[in-house]
Design a protein around this ligand. Structure first.
Ligand code: SF4
Length: 903
């Protein structure tokens, strides 16, 4: 085993420290870093499976250029750099700087982000650089700036353990930020652990152990928090001294709150809640000083997302509960480096180092520090409007980095249409085939996790190093280096002579300190920007390489800062925070007779973004393998669809196909679909194609949580599945999903046509053209059931099971046979039944991905041993004993199984 490299998980905004090493076979082994303050040795299942995702399959290894014949071919870096530089330069010369754009990613390292932002704003002179973080937390950014004068998260993760009450708003923390959820859960095991309130339209895994769940009507959060502000005031819980001394705008905010939410009964009615539950929440908040309100995409991804953020912050300002241990509003970001991107100005409406595009003083500070030839002087296009501009031909060249907008943006079919007509599409990526790369004229191979070298900043302002422990594959290069190569080819030698990410980092750190708190020529007072990394600008290469995780601002002696604003000094010029008067607004698009259901979208536990990495891991694919639409049984009945069948989900913007399921946690009137699947893994499951493109007027964040949709049956003649060692031609079928297993590929399939001769069709589709092949079949023409297994050299090679209904044998036992070196005679005799010899039981769908423990196994153990604690299941089956991500599901299975047994 090589010595472990301390690095950082590349997935969510928790920013867990990871120790990575290679074993003697060259396999990557990972463990949580006990010395990292964010996770203290914990990892969730995605982090724990990082080693499965670093293989060479599908990697983009060389630059590729699309020729006049439309074909992508391998090219040299020199040619690729020339094509990008000359293409961008020509379009800028002919149409001006705003005819080019960059669309980057919260997956980039801060150093990558810094140089691309510098090129766009300081050298090309356009602020058309936006990021997929726009889709995730830009409402939080806008809310912070309105309230505090700067995009600052005041607290830290320790506050979640020190709080008396944790309010989780629009956050399925158990699945989306599992390590934080585990920290809260661990704190709750102590006597003084926090009470937990979950505010979410869905009953998610996060709700399993909550003290109170408010299944709020989608979009009504502003009213609920305005009601809280009113309640706090009426019950004398506000802090008059703090309000008077440290804030502005309380009376107007309170008047707005009173106007729409002064009556708790009315608040409850309009939010779709029980009055008693609303009052219970208000009383918990009022009676405990130490309250953290943690919010995420359920708040941000809304046309009133910024107002929701400020409605939450208003309550903390009114009580003065901010900046002290165990209290404060807390925005948790989806991506690993959303905050690092914000630090270096990686959004179209900001400059680097938390400075503002529309402030001449800030523009002067940045331009003089960079000594750049120009500086963008107006905000650029935010993500959704950027792709609209591409579609309209106003933006003619776009460089996309580490993101997949054809999948992830709303109204995604318009995004693909826009890229199809764009003159120059450049994509920097680690994988060759993505829905977005299909439109690229230039593909640039980037470094992936394990190869990158730089920094990321987590949701608690903690800067951590991502360190390389793997060599760069093929000709892959760091994104910062590709940007510098292009910049230099455009003639910008000065400003892009970086030879190492350390040089970029110290320049970035220096800018945060440069003229921070300068005298203003316009006579206005100036407050310091809290983003200050000044002492880090003195790091030498050795110190940068060894940099320990640190929270900004960094003090003169190099120490970090856990919390901000305890001194009551905010970043507005007068040092005071602002209340923002907010009022409820309905979502942009209301349901109607044609589209009667509300589509909510989000993540699942074991996949990440568009699955380019997590879908490589068999264990991550075991939990939920298919795109689904979760809906209430009553809505399913009304829509004419049934659990397990396929449905078409359509809106005014597009449609997708997914498997219907009744997860049990969704309100009637709403449906939920995950964001992950795309054309690489399923026939037609891009939920972005269905989502409406309305955005928050302040932040520009799209309304991913509220699109009116209709659900209809997706009629097919048969359902089936196939397991195969070789890829199969799934695209000929009406429906397919591809799931990577351990030594096999699994296809869940369905089709509109029934073949006249099932056996002939199966042989052709599975590629078994040898008449002498070891081929076992069962064909029941009366029921429409057909089964075939291809055995080669005593091993299973492929199998195919078809039926008129979606009721098919479990895949688990058949899948396990692909790991066998030879089938036993008993196995062989049972192949066509799909069930193990001796009547072994079906373990059911995987719940614990770490140990591959299925639902049926867990339920059987609960029944047989009368288990009532997740820890007992762990002792019995190991499930839940590693990363702990499945513990909320174990809790649910205990409740369900015991309820069934007692009935
Ligand atoms: S919670 Fe999981 S996905 Fe998020 S940073 Fe930690 S290990 Fe990675």
């Amino acid at each position: 085993m090589t010595a472990a490299t301390a690095t950082t998980c590349p997935y969510c905004g928790v920013g867990c420290g990871v120790l990575a090493a290679l074993d003697t076979a060259g396999t990557t082994r990972v463990a949580g870093d006990p010395a990292h303050a964010s996770n203290r040795g914990r990892l969730c299942v995605k982090g724990a499976a990082l080693g499965d995702t670093v293989g060479p399959e599908g990697r983009l290894l060389h630059p590729m250029l699309r020729g006049a014949d439309g074909v992508l071919r391998q090219a040299s870096w020199d040619d690729a750099v020339r094509r990008v530089a000359e293409g961008f330069a020509r379009i800028v010369a002919e149409h001006g700087p705003d005819a080019v754009a960059f669309y980057v990613s919260g997956q980039l390292l801060t150093e990558d982000y810094y140089v691309v932002n510098k090129l766009a704003k300081g050298y090309l002179g356009t602020a058309n650089i936006d990021t997929n973080s726009r889709l995730c937390m830009s409402s939080a950014v806008a809310g912070h700036k309105r309230a505090f004068g700067e995009d600052v998260v005041p607290g830290c993760y320790d506050d979640l353990e020190q709080a008396e009450v944790v309010v989780l708003v629009g956050s399925n923390t158990a699945w989306c930020h599992p390590v934080l959820f585990q920290r809260i859960a661990a704190a709750r095991e102590g006597r003084d652990g926090p009470r937990v309130v979950v505010i979410d339209p869905r009953f998610t895994a996060t709700c399993e152990s909550a003290d109170l769940h408010l299944p709020i009507r989608p979009g009504s959060d502003v009213r609920l928090f305005n009601g809280l502000l009113s309640f706090l005031f009426r019950h004398g819980v506000v802090d008059p001294a703090f309000i008077d001394d440290r804030t502005e705008g309380f009376n107007r905010a309170l008047a707005a709150a009173e106007a729409e939410a002064g009556d708790a009964a009315e608040v409850a009615r309009r939010c779709g809640l029980q009055e008693a539950d609303v009052l219970a929440f208000y009383r918990l908040f009022a009676r405990h000083e130490k309250v953290v309100t943690l919010f995420s995409q359920g708040v941000n991804q809304s046309t009133s997302g910024t107002d929701k953020v400020n409605a939450i912050i208003n309550c903390h300002l009114a009580t003065g509960r901010i900046g002290w241990p165990g209290m404060g509003p807390f925005s948790i970001t989806g991506q690993p480096n959303a905050m690092g991107g914000r630090e270096v100005g990686g959004l179209a409406n900001m400059l680097a180092a938390h400075m503002e595009l529309n402030d001449p003083l800030h523009r002067d500070i940045v331009q003089s520090y960079w000594r750049s030839p120009r500086i963008a002087d107006k905000p650029g296009l935010k993500a959704v409007e950027l792709f609209e501009a591409i579609g309209e031909g106003r933006v003619k060249a776009v460089w996309i980095m580490a993101t997949n907008p054809v999948v992830s943006l709303p109204d995604a079919d318009r995004v693909s249409a826009a890229l199809a007509r764009c003159e120059l599409v450049v994509s920097s990526d680690i994988v060759e085939r993505t829905d977005t790369n299909a439109f690229a004229h230039v593909l640039l191979p980037a470094l992936g996790w394990g190869e990158k070298n730089g920094t990321v900043t987590s949701s608690e302002r903690r800067i951590s190093r991502q360190r390389p422990f793997l060599p760069a594959p093929g000709e892959a290069r760091a994104d910062w280096r590709a940007v510098c190569d292009v910049a230099r080819h455009m003639g910008f030698e000065q400003g892009f002579g970086f030879a190492h990410p350390h040089e970029i980092f110290v320049e970035h750190a220096g800018l945060t300190a440069f003229r921070n708190h300068p005298p203003r020529a316009d006579g206005l007072p100036a407050a310091p920007r809290r983003l200050h990394l000044g002492t880090l600008s003195a790091l030498d290469r050795h110190a940068y390489d060894g940099l320990a995780p640190v929270q900004w601002p960094v003090t003169e002696d190099g120490r970090g800062t856990q919390r901000l604003f305890a001194d009551g000094a905010f970043s507005h010029a007068d040092g005071r925070a602002r209340f923002v008067a907010v009022a409820s607004r309905p979502p942009a698009h209301a349901i109607d007779r044609e589209y009667p259901l509300v589509l909510n979208t989000g993540r699942i536990r074991d996949q990440w973004h568009t699955m380019t990495r997590t879908a490589r891991s068999p264990r991550l694919n075991g939990h939920i393998g298919e795109p689904f639409v979760d809906m209430h049984p009553h809505d399913a009945l009304r829509s004419g669809v049934r659990d397990g069948e396929l449905a078409r989900v359509s809106s005014r913007w597009g449609a997708m196909v997914a498997r219907v399921r009744h997860g049990g946690g969704i309100l009637a009137g709403s449906v939920f679909a995950p964001i992950h699947w795309n054309d690489q893994f399923a026939s037609d499951a891009r939920v972005g194609g269905v989502v409406n493109p309305a955005v928050d007027p302040v932040s520009g964040e799209p309304e991913f949580k509220h699109t009116p949709v209709r659900i209809e049956p997706f009629p097919v003649r048969w359902y089936g599945f196939a397991l195969s060692r070789q890829p199969l031609p799934a695209s000929v079928l009406s429906y397919w999903t591809l799931i990577r297993g351990d030594r096999f590929l699994r296809y869940e399939i369905a089709h509109r046509e029934r073949p006249a001769d099932s056996d002939a069709w199966a042989r052709t589709w599975l590629g078994v053209d040898d008449p002498a092949a070891d081929w076992l079949t069962h064909d029941d023409r009366d029921t429409g059931a057909y089964r075939a297994v291809h055995v080669r050299d005593g091993c299973i090679e492929a199998c195919l099971f078809l039926a008129a209904q979606p009721h098919l044998p479990s895949r688990q036992w058949l899948a396990s046979l692909f790991a066998r070196e030879r089938l036993s005679e008993a196995d062989r005799q049972h192949l066509l039944s799909g069930e193990p010899p001796g009547g072994g039981s079906d373990p059911g769908p995987v719940v614990c991905s770490c140990f591959g423990v299925g639902r049926n196994t867990i339920c059987a153990a609960i029944r047989a041993n009368d288990l009532d604690m997740p820890a007992q299941i762990t002792a019995e089956l190991r499930a839940g004993g590693n990363c702990g991500s499945c513990i909320p599901e174990l809790r649910r299975l205990i409740a369900e199984t015991r309820a069934t047994s007692e009935a």
